[in-house]
Design a protein around this ligand. Sequence first.
Ligand code: DQA
Length: 150
Amino acid sequence: MATAANRVLVLNGPNLNLLGEREPQVYGTATLANHMDAATSTAVELGLQLDSLQSNSSAEIVNAVHSARGVYDAIIINPGAFTHYAWSIHDALAAFSGPVVEVHLSNPSTREVWRHESVIAPVASGTIAGFGGNSYVLAVQAVARLLASK
Ligand code: DQA
């Protein structure tokens, strides 16, 4: 009997809808749609079903995490600037039982001091940061391994 594919939700926070136009020297020229296409191809290769959502509102991201409970097996999140102060997203993710992988295109640790703290990291299984266009693909690979080793 075929087993249902593991379901993975990718959440993208504020300003990531502007990827491709926004500070290309930091974030590259690929659009968010390009990144989600690459992540989806990797997910399909690994037998995962991937859905994604981008929002500039922390409330929408909190609601999406709540709705993911019992529906998705894992969450990949690039919280954008919410990374550095959105305790509401931290708390929502703490109430999600599957693996959570935090992703950043840039490496916030090498940037301004205010980017050095992540309030998401304490509730993430791990963080992938600084690999530009490869960051989302690496996150999907990490999730596949985490789900396989459950
Ligand atoms: C980011 C890093 C954050 O510090 C920043 O606010 C972003 C993007 C990244 O993907 O590198 O919006 O999450």
